[in-house]
Design a protein around this ligand. Sequence first.
Ligand code: AMP
Length: 477
Amino acid sequence: MCGVVGISGIENAAQQAFLAMYALQHRGQEAGGIVSFDGADARVHKGAGLVSEIFHRDALAELSGDTAVGHVRYSTAGGGNLANVQPITAKYARGSLALAHNGNLTNQLALRHRLVEEGAIFRSSSDSETLIHLIAKSREGTVDGQVLDALSHLEGAFSMVLAVDDTLYAARDPRGFRPLVIGRKGEGIVIVSETCALDILNAEYVRDIEPGEVLKIHAGDMEPLRSLAPAPERAPCIFELVYFARPDSRIWGVSVDRARRALGRTLAREHPVEADCVISVPDSANSAALGFSEESGVPFELGLLRNHYVGRTFIQPDQKDRDFGARMKYNPVREVLAGQRVVVVDDSLVRGTTSRSLVRMLRQAGAAEVHLRIGSPPVRSPCFYGIDMPTKSELIASNLGVDDIARRIGVDSLGYLSLEGMVDAVKQAGPYCTACFSGDYKAPLVDVGEGFLTLEGPATKELEPSILGAGAGAGVD
Ligand code: AMP
């Protein structure tokens, strides 16, 4: 997953982009970058790590101008090298390009294959670079036309901010998988993945960018361009509400906190349990656990503490790091847990490795019973639209039924929210993409081809690796 930012018509735009990226850090902790524009003069600073590690005062001072594009990055496995860090930059016939993309394209290998055969030289393995080539090669007579032409070739998920010199373009794919919102700060315009980034800038929320909408923004003035061809239906990602977005954000017009509480309340109705306290796996399950407690009347307690100086455990692409990370990240509060029948609420169960470590921890801290409740259905299918999910074989629920999972994790009982219950609890912003839970993929998986569910992940055999480069297919989301 990634977070994107665009700033137009605000002095020291890079400084504003930095703050917005700081608020969007939860969407990607692996790398980040800002490109600023002073007229046609583009300046770039990118690096690995957290926003606070990448940008020091001197680096920010160099990024002059009233226009900026920013990106925080998490990549799918294999795509973690520095060449893939965004914004992606290039110079072409009409000016300097900078692209920040959230989402995954599902036809990038097919497009890339064609472009490479036509002579394009790719510098990265990122799916987003495809768009840069499509723009540069477009035969449309204007930059607006080239951008629209290039976007019309893309399939899959994209919420993006693109700069051509100091003009910004902001676009969302026709199904609207990923969020993207517009804010106003004084005379300037701010585009960000989530509203929590508007708050830090003291910017006023204007509206969401609509699915398929393409905006052109220059010096704080915003103009809608022709929309992309409509999709049969909208498909905002329900996992953004379940896990990814910050609870203090509103996405698709819904408060993420309220949505998660509703999920927790439904979960309590579907899987009640006799218990002494409800605890959450902090922080992503806090709101759902509160909802569970409100509905069940079982008191909410702080039974697990999270060390905030460790990144998201899941977010380390390497499996060994992740197991270690879970132990580093949480610590039980013995005084809360000893002798208690505990309901643990987590937002999702993916590989099951976090829960397994946590349950051991809770029992060692003296919990008499541990009942795990999950605020979403079993994750059975990988996401091809930008949420980093392991391959199907690594998803615990694609291999085991609920009873086996409960045994594997070591809980006294396990209850997942039902698919219907989840969708119904947050129906005001639907319909949704629920592919990771239901296997119902909303945008064509061009690169994956027929029978992909039997393959180990999104790799495809039809395209030759020698043409595509070793890392091709590594998505940037
Ligand atoms: P696991 O140990 O694989 O079952 O990890 C599940 C935990 O990771 C849940 O508690 C979620 O809060 C979190 N999580 C779920 N999906 C993701 C994701 N795509 N990226 C990062 N963290 C995730």
